[in-house]
Design a protein around this ligand. Structure first.
Ligand SMILES: Nc1ncnc2c1ncn2[C@@H]1O[C@H](COP(=O)(O)OS(=O)(=O)O)[C@@H](OP(=O)(O)O)[C@H]1O
Ligand SMILES: Nc1ncnc2c1ncn2[C@@H]1O[C@H](COP(=O)(O)OP(=O)(O)O)[C@@H](O)[C@H]1O
Length: 568
């Protein structure tokens, strides 16, 4: 396109966007969730070409049952907009609806074609191969994480979803096609990944590209949070290091906003179609591609889909999709010859593959990483995401009856950590939180859980930023304690301490007269008397303070932290 033509088309686009913005002021608006935003972005940037909007019922059924659109072209997964029953009742065919991001910023106008209640169990059976949410996380997401009604219709874009990070890498299909052409790339091998890549991956990608005579388009999936994954920014910086290890003009990095369904072969096929839209001629597919239980680097694991099924499906449809399947082979390192080999061709049993889990363990344990495994500049990046435990933040969560000794132990720990001066320390004591953060809450089960998860949220932020959080609420219920454990252990250490001092001792202490009041019937719902305390099922430590001093109790916790490597 000539530059005058391009400026003219931009002007037309801006004028049209302004018209749509005015129109949207009077329309019903739907604020899209993260998954829906990813789908919308791919509809607007034509990553999902030939789709021009969210599928209507006929197309949806055809895709679910026969994997094709109404014109017969291959399409393996439904791309639908799910809404609540309440929203569905407010919609009629022909109506225009504003589609906003989570902050209410207008992204597109949807012209509704139909609204229906899909049989999501049937969808799950067809698309995922099971309708049991217990055995497949994708099915769980579909049945429990999406709304019950679907809305179909074409979308007209006002703006692509806004990103502020790594803008130079957020390439649309038209941008990648233009860049491939300008680079003289006629054959391009698309490589989709969610894992961090290392030296053996370079050999793997290099060999595959050489075999088919193609350059490489590395397009990692970014966006949805994967618990336990390397921190997002480190992840991308590692991809940048990875691409720097290839000869000039051989590899390009671009970020894809795809929301994975973990639908195995069908998902691999959709990813292949997307890569074709981004300008690739070949697509690398792993044996366990998009399997919900897939792991990088050949870690042994029980897969949901048959090994190799994804490769077969993508290869089977290659002529119709216009993109060829290239099988992905795992590589290992043979120390004797100092060379990398496809795992099946390794000259000796001793050839080494380090798995993602082992790498993570080595990083957090502060162990060395052999140079044949990860380049030193990538190790530096990874060390930021996986600091050794002695540099990670952690939370000590003391739970137990009133008077069991939580606050006293917490105060001793606070002083000890302040003395060490290694990390910033925050004490989130039950009474203090009640005054400052949860003053409106009662002592009902619901409110206690809310209070405890609020404490957990604050502790998770402190832990994430490398600090120490000491929490000391009663926390009588397992559900909120488990939620805190799951949240906080994503970011650092979590030590649950059950201060298990028996009720009789707590009652004898009765520093606040709480038990006396409860026994006299002056207050209701006191934990241990008329309200339950459910002991933690698997606390890291159990401390009964009836026979030990506060200092001794604190020392037990410090010892545990030292054993676990959190304190040097
Ligand atoms: N009904 C009832 N049950 C238990 N405790 C009561 C109640 N009413 C007031 N208090 C005082 O509030 C403190 C407990 O609040 P928490 O926020 O730690 O409780 S919870 O975790 O939300 O269950 C607790 O403080 P601690 O003694 O420091 O534990 C009590 O003094
Ligand atoms: N080993 C111990 N650890 C903690 N507190 C103890 C210990 N031995 C005796 N106590 C006494 O028990 C009481 C516990 O009160 P507190 O720490 O406020 O409990 P909680 O915060 O669990 O309600 C304090 O008076 C404290 O001096």
């Amino acid at each position: 396109m000539k530059s005058e033509d391009y400026s003219e088309s931009l002007v037309v686009h801006f004028r049209r966007a302004e018209v749509l913005r005015q129109q949207a002021l009077d329309l019903l608006a739907i604020d899209l969730n993260e998954r829906q935003l990813f789908d919308l972005e791919l509809l607007l940037n034509r990553g999902f070409y030939p789709l021009t909007g969210f599928m209507d019922q006929a197309v949806y059924e055809s895709v679910v049952q026969r994997m094709c659109l109404s014109d017969g072209s291959v399409w393996p997964l439904p791309i639908c907009l799910d809404v609540t029953e309440e929203t569905a009742r407010r919609l009629v065919p022909g109506q225009a609806v504003a589609l906003n991001d989570q902050e209410g910023f207008l992204l597109a106008l949807l012209t509704v074609s139909d609204i229906w209640t899909p049989d999501r169990r049937e969808e799950a059976r067809r698309v995922f191969g099971t309708d049991d949410p217990a055995v497949h996380p994708g099915v769980r997401q579909l049945l429990e994480g999406t709304n019950p009604c679907y809305v179909g219709g074409t979308v007209e874009g006002v703006s692509l979803p806004i990103h502020y990070d790594f803008l130079q890498l957020r390439l649309t299909p038209s941008e990648t096609v233009r860049r491939f052409t300008m680079s003289g790339w006629r054959r391009v091998l698309g490589f989709h990944t969610e894992h961090y890549l290392h030296c053996a991956h370079r050999e793997m990608v290099f060999d595959a590209a050489r075999r088919v005579g193609a350059a490489v388009f590395l397009q990692p999936v970014v966006g949805l949070d994967h618990p336990g994954d390397v921190d997002f920014y480190t992840h991308i910086r590692c991809y940048q290091v990875f691409t720097s290890k290839f000869p000039p003009n051989m590899i390009m990095l671009g970020l894809s906003p795809f929301a994975s369904r973990r639908a195995g072969p069908r998902e691999a096929l959709l990813q292949a179609i997307m890569r074709r839209n981004f300008g690739c001629t070949h697509f690398m597919v792993a044996e366990d591609h998009a399997d919900p239980f897939a792991r990088s680097n050949g870690e042994p694991t029980r897969l949901f889909y048959e090994k190799g099924a994804a490769q077969e499906l993508v290869a089977q449809y290659a002529a119709r999709t216009g993109i060829e399947m290239v099988p992905q082979q795992d590589y290992c390192f043979d120390e004797e010859s100092g060379r990398y080999y496809p795992v099946q061709e390794a000259p000796s049993e001793a050839a080494r593959v380090i798995t993602s889990t082992e790498l993570q363990q080595r990083m957090t344990g502060g162990e060395t990483i052999p140079p044949w495994f990860v380049w030193p500049d990538m190790v530096t990046e990874l060390q930021r995401a996986f600091p050794p435990r002695s540099k990670q933040g952690f939370t000590i969560f003391l739970t137990g009856l009133s008077g069991s000794g939580k606050s006293t132990i917490a105060k001793v720990l606070l002083v000890k950590f302040m003395e060490l001066r290694e990390r910033p320390v925050t004490l989130l004591d039950g009474d203090i939180v009640r005054k400052n953060l949860s003053s409106e809450l009662s002592y009902s089960r619901e409110h206690r859980n809310l209070n405890v998860t609020r404490i957990g949220f604050v502790a998770s932020e402190i832990t994430k930023n490398g600090g120490i959080a000491i929490c000391a609420p009663i926390a009588p219920y397992e559900e909120s304690r488990q939620a805190n454990r799951a949240l906080i252990s994503r970011y650092g250490g979590y030590v649950e301490v059950h201060v298990s001092t028996p009720l009789e001792v707590c009652e004898q202490r009765d520093r606040k007269g709480l038990y006396a009041k409860a026994r006299a019937g002056k207050i209701q719902g006191v934990t241990g008397i008329t309200d339950p305390y459910i002991p933690p099922s698997q606390p890291e430590l159990c401390i009964d303070t009836s026979t030990i001093t506060p200092l001794e109790a604190a020392q037990e916790i410090i010892l545990h932290l030292q054993q676990q490597g959190y304190l040097a």
